[in-house]
Design a protein around this ligand. Structure first.
Ligand SMILES: NC(=O)c1ccc[n+]([C@@H]2O[C@H](COP(=O)([O-])OP(=O)(O)OC[C@H]3O[C@@H](n4cnc5c(N)ncnc54)[C@H](O)[C@@H]3O)[C@@H](O)[C@H]2O)c1
Length: 401
């Protein structure tokens, strides 16, 4: 395991600036690289505004703000990376661009330097081939806004060294994040689990089972910080659709993106950033008129929760089966990454309490009726067949003895 005393961040955009702020706040020097002074200034302004906000709340003095800002060195040149122990790449999601950056870095960074990418969807194993020691390459996935969200996914590619992963786990903790190690797969862990949930919310609307507004209300009542439609509006419909298409490519028809999202994208409703998505953001806030059916044919709120969360439990079971992550890390990721309600102890503990036989039978019923997006995971089937049906049985995803 190696210690990280200095970090280079490539890309001073939304994510890169947020990451650099987080690192400097922990007292670690960071070089922030972009392609122009204008972009660098934007990044530095973003960092300063986070510190200024803390100062305005009395959490820092003006002097402390300056000391933290001095830890961030803006740069247009990779030569400033020559003594970095870790590089975090956060440039736009374009494989060729990212590969060219790694290739450009390989003769400058020291031999021991860990190289990482904040990609949301590109292959870690492929990007690793661009550096001299692919064992030193790793996925380091922060969530937006990077200075606020606690979870970081640490994605091991085919060649990533365990010691490198351990160093990044220790580094993450030193910058006050909650790290979860994930084996590489399309969508990694959190986005892979979110997609069936977001897709199912759209299917419910398309089936006239429930309106977006009502679904959001039920999800919030369940304890989530916001409902699926508000979440998609925040993430951006175009971004969600892009990730959905990658998932559908990888996982086949069960991950097919719902038509509703494409319809809204066609109307240039990309979410909050474009002024409208599922909701309208001109002050009137809610306007579904003419776009969605306004029926609520499912009156029982529990049925809505089942439709939203059982497919997510099913995908989590697939992830366990594929050794992407273990049940404790899955629950931790959802608690820290999407704000799954603390009172429910995490998705899989909630599933164990609900009863895995019940969830399995429901998925079978829906699979017969609506097709393979509900096809029960083999792991869930094995648990249910063996009588490991959850907390009442003493064993489900977790042991209860
Ligand atoms: N925004 C999110 O919600 C989010 C969340 C998690 C991960 N990500 C991932 O993080 C990465 C960055 O996303 P973002 O939203 O910060 O993008 P962004 O467009 O806000 O910022 C990208 C920055 O990279 C700079 N850049 C482009 N080419 C460069 C080069 N050759 N060298 C140095 N800098 C260069 C750009 O000038 C820009 O400042 C992407 O891979 C994205 O998928 C984004």
């Amino acid at each position: 395991m190696s210690y990280i005393y200095k970090v280079g961040v490539v890309g001073a955009g939304q994510m890169g600036a947020g990451i650099a702020q987080t690192i400097s706040f922990a007292g670690i020097p960071v070089v922030l690289k972009d392609v122009s002074d204008v972009q660098l200034k934007k990044g530095l302004d973003q960092i300063r505004s986070v510190y200024n906000l803390r100062a305005s709340k009395g959490k820092m003095t003006a002097e402390e703000v300056e000391l933290k800002m001095q830890l961030v060195t803006p740069s247009l040149n990779y030569s400033d990376f020559s003594d970095c122990d870790l590089v975090i790449e956060a440039v736009p999601e374009d494989l060729n661009l990212k590969m060219s950056i790694f290739t450009g870095l390989k003769d400058i960074i020291p031999e021991h330097c860990i190289v990482s990418s904040n990609t949301s969807s590109l292959s870690i194993s492929k990007m690793a081939t661009a550096i001299k020691s692919p064992k030193n390459f790793i996925g380091f996935h922060f969530f937006y806004p990077a200075n606020v969200m606690k979870l970081v996914e640490i994605i091991l590619g085919l060649q990533t060294d365990q010691a490198v992963a351990d160093s990044i786990v220790a580094f993450s903790e030193s910058i006050r994040k909650i790290p979860v190690k994930v084996k590489e797969c399309p969508g990694f862990l959190v986005n892979r689990l979110l997609m069936p949930y977001l897709n199912e919310a759209c299917h419910l609307v398309q089936e006239k089972a429930c309106t977006p507004e009502k679904i959001d209300e039920i999800a919030v009542k369940f304890g989530l910080p916001m409902g699926p439609f508000m979440l998609v509006d925040h993430l951006g419909l175009d971004v969600c659709h892009h990730v959905s298409c990658i998932m559908a490519d990888a996982y086949g028809s069960r991950a097919k993106p719902p038509e509703l999202i494409s319809t809204l994208i066609g109307l240039k409703r990309y979410g909050k950033k474009s002024g409208a998505g599922f909701y309208v953001y001109d002050g009137s806030s809610k306007d579904f008129s003419g776009i969605y059916p306004s029926e609520n044919s499912i009156k029982d709120e529990n049925q809505i929760i089942e439709r939203l969360l059982y497919p997510m439990v099913n995908e989590a079971a697939n992830c366990i089966d594929e050794s992407i992550a273990n049940p404790s890390d899955i629950d931790l990721s959802l608690l820290a990454g999407i704000g799954f309600p603390q009172a429910k102890n995490g998705l899989l503990r909630w599933a164990d309490q609900t009863g895995l036989d019940l969830i399995f039978n429901k998925l079978c019923e829906w699979n017969n009726k609506s097709g393979d997006r509900f096809l029960p995971s083999l792991y869930l089937r094995r648990l249910a067949d063996a009588g490991f049906t959850g907390s009442k049985a003493g064993r489900g995803f977790f042991d209860y003895f």
